[in-house]
Design a protein around this ligand. Structure first.
Ligand code: ASP
Length: 314
């Protein structure tokens, strides 16, 4: 077994339009991705677990209002924020998730508590919130989670709907998600995903992120996956699990399996992408849309990040 450890992250995928992005904003996204990579890498470098590394990497992105998870989550059609998150551990397929949650500063910690402190996999809504509170998970105020840009995006979407106008929005403004996958020194894999979902979603709508096998998956025998994109498609195609199944049953490499699933989703209208890692620490970052906020970091500790369909940059 190699001592190699590796981590990959994403901060959402979609039609990320260069003309909507000035140099300073672009740099802020790169810096946010680098901060997340460094947080996860620090855990792996000290011999920590893949699960701790993906948790740390996702928390850094949840705390950053540029990304649609935790602080800066998008709003539902009802003007509320409902967050979904999941974690999965490759050693034993331990998994925990929360959906429709508002309150915990880091929804990924609530998902993790479901995995580690209950006999269940998925808790929702008010009961998930009460559980998180009972576990001493830090909460934040309504003002903390609110960002003017996400609120404006909701108002624009509601106005568009009442005018029955075509949807010309930049995908990156209407949804997004954050996620991480890692392989630690001990050869264990883990995945974590966290999201506010899609702007103007129906209250109560749950996306793919907390659905194990759709937006989140980890199994040491094959791979760990975290997805981002139009969640309904990722659920109906069991996207993350399909990658593991192709590796297991067809003997495909991680990259072949991940690319196949993302291309297939694209042909069906399911825009998005995902990050995946196999038990050797090989990474695949396919997406079928214009861009995906993404990054990776290996044993050398040099973060590489990218937004558009251009090579990652150190
Ligand atoms: N997959 C997320 C959802 O459907 C959104 C996204 O990743 O952009 O909730």
């Amino acid at each position: 077994m190699t001592q190699r450890h590796a981590l990959a992250i994403h901060g959402g995928a979609g039609t990320i339009r260069r003309d909507n992005m000035d140099a300073a904003t672009e740099e802020a996204f790169h810096e946010g991705l680098r901060a997340s990579l460094r947080a996860g890498h620090a855990v792996l470098e000290q011999g920590g677990s893949a699960l701790d590394a993906v948790t740390a990497a996702v928390m850094a992105l949840e705390d950053n209002p540029l990304f649609n998870a935790g602080r800066g989550a998008v709003f539902t059609a009802g003007g509320t924020q409902e967050m979904d998150a999941a974690v999965m551990r490759g050693e034993d397929r331990g998994a925990g998730a929360v959906a429709g949650l508002f309150g915990p500063r880091n929804p990924v910690l609530a998902a993790r508590a479901v995995m580690e402190r209950t006999e269940h996999v998925l808790l929702i809504g008010e009961a998930a919130r009460a559980f998180a509170a009972s576990q001493g998970i830090p909460f934040a105020s309504t003002e903390y989670f609110h960002t003017d840009s996400r609120w404006a995006a909701l108002q624009a979407e509601l106005a568009r709907r009442s005018a029955a106008a075509p949807d010309m929005r930049d995908d990156a403004a209407k949804h997004g998600t954050v996620g991480a996958v890692a392989r630690d020194r001990h050869g264990n894999l883990a995945a974590a995903t966290s999201t506010g979902g899609m702007t103007g979603k129906m209250p109560g709508r749950v996306g793919d992120s907390p659905v194990i096998g759709a937006g989140t998956w980890a199994d040491n025998a094959t791979c760990a996956v975290s997805a981002t994109g139009h969640g309904e498609y990722f659920i109906r195609w069991a996207a993350a699990h399909d990658i593991a199944a192709r590796m297991r049953y067809l003997g495909e490499t991680l990259d072949a399996a991940a690319t196949h699933v993302v291309d297939e989703l694209g042909k069906r209208g399911g825009s998005g992408g995902l990050i995946a890692i196999d038990r050797e620490g090989r990474i695949s970052l396919p997406f079928n849309c214009a861009g995906m906020y993404r990054g990776l970091i290996g044993t050398d500790g040099v973060p590489h990040t990218g937004i558009y369909r251009t090579p990652l940059r150190p």
